[in-house]
Structures are given as C-alpha cells and as structure tokens.
Design a protein around this ligand. Structure first.
Ligand code: AP5
Ligand code: MG
Length: 229
C-alpha cells in the first residue's frame, strides 16, 4: 500500500449516475465517498443562515459560490482522512465543477502531499438524463438513490438500506434540471480537457446497466493506483 493518500474524482452530467456508482465503487476500491451535493443537502435542512443561503442556490439548481464550496470540501476531506484508517483516499463526487474548483483541488492535494489517481467521466448522452432525473427517488434519511423504473426499491416508498421514506429531490423540478444541465455543459464539461491534458481522465460508458458501469469503473481505475492491484 502506498503511504500517500490517493483520491479519485467522479464526473459526469446530472443524472449520469455519479452518486449511484460512488456508493458501489468506493468500498471496493477502499475509498470514502465524499459528495458535495450530499453535504449541501444536509446543510440545507437546517434552519440557520447557512442553511437558508444554501437552499436558495440549491433549489434553483444554481451553483453554490466557489469559496464556500471549496471550504466545505476541504473540511470534509480533512475529517475523512483523519478518521478512516485503512482507506486509500476519497472518491470525490460533484466537485470540481468550475475551473477555480479544479485548481483549488490541485492545490489542496499538493499541499497535503497526496495525489489524484484518476478522474472518471461517466459518459451518458444528454437525451437520457432527463428520464433518469424525473424518475429519481432518494431516501429522506440516508440519501440512498433509486429510480422508479430503472432501480426501484424492494418495497414501494421505503429505503432498502434504512427503511426511511423515499422522496423526490427538491432540485429535480423541470426548471432546476434545465439550469443544472446548462451549467454543466457551460462550466463543468470544459474541466474535462484540463484533466485530459494532465493524463488523469478515464471515460466510462454510463449508458448501460448499473452493474456493468460499476465493473467498467473499477477496471479502469485500479491500474491508476500506485500499488496497482
Ligand atoms: P449534486 O447532488 O452533485 O447533483 P448533480 O451533479 O446535479 O448530479 P446528480 O446527483 O443529479 O446526478 P448523479 O450523476 O449523481 O446521478 P444519480 O446517481 O443520482 O449537486 C446538487 C446541487 O448542489 C447543485 O445543483 C449545486 O446547487 C450544489 N453543488 C454541489 N456540488 C457543488 C459544487 N462543487 N459547486 C457548487 N455547487 C455545488 O442517478 C440519477 C438517476 O438515474 C437515479 O434515479 C438512478 O437510480 C438512475 N441511474 C443511475 N445509473 C443508472 C443506469 N446505469 N441506468 C439507469 N438508471 C440509472
Ligand atoms: Mg449525485
């Protein structure tokens, strides 16, 4: 096992399956899943100034400002790396989304003497994304993700993992979905070139059954670790 932590970034448009795949792949690769979307969903529930501020960006499908997002990601990364013994690093989902965030992540990782082993693009054509988002259900308690048709829970309306109630995400309204996709193609997709140039990008076909995507990701990422298994 390498001494320095190695992180993997998972990217792709809204509905590509980043969260679904991260939950499956992280334990297999000894990574801890960090999702900025999950962090913001937690904070937005609180009746605090920060909660209200986040809710305002989040529910409209707008990006939370870089400075705040970078601070939250950095704090979570610290927490994870201090607490979880035996892990290789983090599987970062939903970050970076802007060039400024990509550069901040590089600095963060370099300052800590760590490295990014790979950036995975889960590639799904745009026309598939809306049907995925409009049928998505998430657990109001643990955040696990389902789909009414493509990945239904065993018991209707109940989470398989914790028994919590399933609900639609507040940003899966048609208007917010349109805004989120537009932001992705304008601001986030260009970062892929940055990672391509750095030799870190691996592209996986996300338009296939969930298990096949999972196998494709683990096969593409494993050789990128310094102790390639
Ligand atoms: P976030 O929570 O990150 O949402 P997102 O990027 O919009 O991506 P999604 O979670 O919608 O898609 P996903 O790829 O995870 O798909 P999933 O696995 O759920 O961010 C939310 C908000 O937080 C942002 O809009 C912003 O306000 C804020 N935010 C977060 N990060 C930020 C940042 N860095 N900077 C600034 N603001 C930030 O799958 C989708 C559906 O498809 C599910 O129903 C699933 O069951 C189904 N599915 C998955 N895989 C398959 C498959 N292979 N076949 C069929 N169905 C599938
Ligand atoms: Mg997600």
């Amino acid at each position: 096992m390498s001494d320095r932590a190695e992180h993997v970034v998972i990217m792709g448009p809204q509905g590509a399956g980043k969260g679904t795949q991260a939950a499956l792949v992280a334990p297999e690769l000894r990574l801890v899943h960090i999702s900025t979307g999950d962090l913001f969903r937690e904070v937005r529930k609180a009746d605090t100034e920060l909660g209200r501020e986040i809710r305002d960006y989040y529910d409209r499908g707008a990006l939370v400002p870089d400075e705040l997002t970078i601070r939250m990601l950095s704090a979570r990364l610290d927490e994870v790396m201090q607490q979880d013994a035996g892990i290789r690093g983090a599987l970062i989902d939903g970050f970076p989304r802007t060039q400024a965030q990509a550069e901040a992540l590089d600095r963060m990782v370099a300052d800590r003497g760590e490295r990014i082993a790979a950036v995975v693009l889960v590639d799904v054509p745009r026309e598939r994304l809306v049907e995925r988002l409009s049928g998505r259900l998430i657990c109001s308690n643990c955040g696990a993700t389902y789909h009414r048709v493509f990945n239904p829970p065993k018991e209707s309306g109940r989470c398989d993992v914790c028994g919590g109630t399933l609900e639609q995400r507040s940003d899966d309204t048609p208007e917010a979905v349109e805004r989120r996709l537009a932001i992705y193609y304008e601001q986030t997709a260009p970062i892929l070139d940055y990672y391509q140039t750095a030799g870190l990008l691996v592209t996986v076909n996300g338009d296939q059954p969930i298990d096949d995507v999972k196998n494709a990701i683990t096969a593409a990422v494993r050789p990128r670790f310094s102790d390639a298994e």
